[in-house]
Write a protein that binds this ligand. Structure first.
Ligand SMILES: C=C(O[C@@H]1C=C(C(=O)O)C=C[C@H]1O)C(=O)O
Length: 474
């Protein structure tokens, strides 16, 4: 990268904004070596303890970011509006320069929201109800193309030469840190991973309590309080060995290529990560994609068994009902933002390693250009993770679950200054803080649900994270 030479356009760019009082940050986008962004995150080490990773292998797009230049946080019921406003103001103060014309060339904010808006305790407190960071570096791999966006605070006194040299030095240092660490990893290549014990902290009493609460939820439904509610549970584990989050993420993306694998850590504290099949929102040129994903059945052990289960899921009125609530709610919510809604007439079956789901993809064109966070505010929570009718079910979730959901089932993702965004619903996820691990899993309850079968469904949904954890012990 020593050959990085910024064109005359950079000098024009500098002269256009350098006396401008509105400028607080400057971002430079340049092509980068086509290297795995997760390897970069791993090789770069912890730095300031703020990291983000995002990949859905089937989309051939991966994104890694590290070090915070600015952080947006908020709590309470106005958190979406507040983050939307804060992000608009922040992004207006970032001046962006790139020789590349690409929708990922720009300033990005990465982070997300907790499920509920009540204040968070314990391990969740570092992430808060809503937090995003403007990273110092963000590496994007889009198919065969890679680029890096580098952001730094702007100081009016900096000359053109100083600023050019700063970027040049930054890139050179970054690249040499990566190559030194690659050398070090080569030496360690043959070391054996010792693994380690995982101690589950789960009891029969917990199973009985959960099943009792699901039975109670069914009773509420038959009494007409609501029609669907999603009840989750957690699995607490203690590990003897240290957990490597990047190793865990590496396992997840390999095993679940059609899921979004994500990881987020703020200020070196707890890490929230997972591999979720559920898209909340993708936004590109005012075009939104989302989906109704609800209704589940296990995978079969043989092709025939699998096909039989698939047919059973397609024809199950209980699963079709659970699914229909989600689709109806999404249609209602999106019709406020768009005049053109497209969705498949029948749900399709999406198959993952351990489970298959009913899925209806939905697409829409936005009536107005909007901050993606304002769209998220409309969409979250869908009845796939909350319930139906939304408010009646939401009030009962905490009473019936008796766990702190934190960011589980919340919107997690990124958006950028080009109004491109991608957010997932953070299910099949967990929180890791030192050797304490907490995984989450839930399922939709309707009147016909069988509590024992729902317990089994949540057990199956834990498997990916449990396997990944075993793999990630150092
Ligand atoms: C809530 C979860 O999953 C949701 C519930 C589903 C169901 O009950 O069929 C299916 C997919 C998700 O919408 C979870 O995995 O934790």
């Amino acid at each position: 990268m020593e050959s990085l030479v910024l064109s005359d356009r950079f000098s024009d760019f500098y002269h256009a904004f350098h006396q401008d009082d509105q400028t607080a940050y400057v971002t430079l986008g340049v092509p980068f070596e086509n290297i795995d962004p997760l390897a970069v995150l791993e090789l770069n080490g912890d730095s300031d303890g703020t990291r983000f990773y995002w990949e859905r292998p089937e989309y051939e797009m991966a994104l890694a970011a590290g070090n915070k230049v600015a952080v947006l946080r908020n709590s309470g019921s106005g958190r979406f509006r507040n983050i939307s406003r804060q992000s608009d103001s922040l992004l207006q103060t970032v001046r962006y320069f790139s020789e590349i014309n690409h929708s990922m060339a720009g300033a990005h904010l990465a982070g997300g929201f907790s499920f509920f808006d009540q204040s968070m305790s314990g391990s969740w407190s570092s992430l808060g109800n809503a937090s995003f960071f403007l990273p110092e570096w963000l590496l994007v791999r889009d198919g065969q193309f890679s680029m890096i966006n580098i952001t730094r605070p702007w100081n009016k006194k900096d000359s053109l030469e100083e600023i050019q040299n700063w970027f040049l030095d930054w890139i050179n240092q970054f690249v040499s840190r990566l190559s030194n660490n690659i050398e070090r990893s080569r030496i360690l290549r043959y070391s054996v991973t010792p693994g380690g014990d995982i101690m589950p902290v789960e009891s029969e009493a917990e199973r009985i309590r959960w099943i009792h609460n699901v039975t109670k939820a069914r009773q509420h439904i038959s009494e007409g309080h609501y029609r669907k509610i999603v009840i989750a549970r957690d699995l607490k584990l203690r590990t003897k060995n240290k957990v490597s989050s990047t190793k865990l993420v590496h396992f997840l993306r390999k095993e679940y290529p059609s899921c979004y694998t994500f990881m987020y850590q703020l200020n070196g504290d707890a890490t929230f990560l997972g591999s979720t099949p559920e898209k909340l929102l993708s936004l590109h040129s005012q075009y939104i994609k989302t989906e109704a994903l609800a209704g589940s059945i296990p995978r079969g052990n043989t092709a025939t068994q699998d096909a039989i289960l698939e047919k059973k899921l397609q024809e199950s009125s209980k699963n079709r009902e659970e699914h229909a609530y989600v689709l109806d709610a999404i249609k209602d919510k999106l019709s406020m933002l768009s005049d053109s809604l497209e969705y498949a007439p029948e749900p399709v079956i999406k198959k993952y390693a351990n489970v298959q789901h009913l899925c209806t993809p939905v697409a829409a064109s936005l009536r107005n250009n909007m901050n993606p966070v304002d769209i998220i505010e409309q969409l979250h929570p869908t009845p796939a993770v909350g319930g139906y009718p939304e408010l009646d079910a939401m009030q009962k979730i905490q009473e019936l679950e008796q766990i702190e959901r934190g960011w589980y089932a919340g919107p997690v993702g990124w958006f950028n200054s080009n109004r491109r965004a991608e957010f997932s619903v953070a299910i099949r996820s967990g929180l890791i803080r030192r050797n304490h691990v907490q995984f989450f899993s839930g399922c939709g309850i309707v009147e016909d649900s069988n509590p024992e079968a729902e317990w089994e469904e949540t057990r199956i949904k834990f498997i990916p994270m449990q396997k990944a954890l075993e793999y990630a012990l150092e």
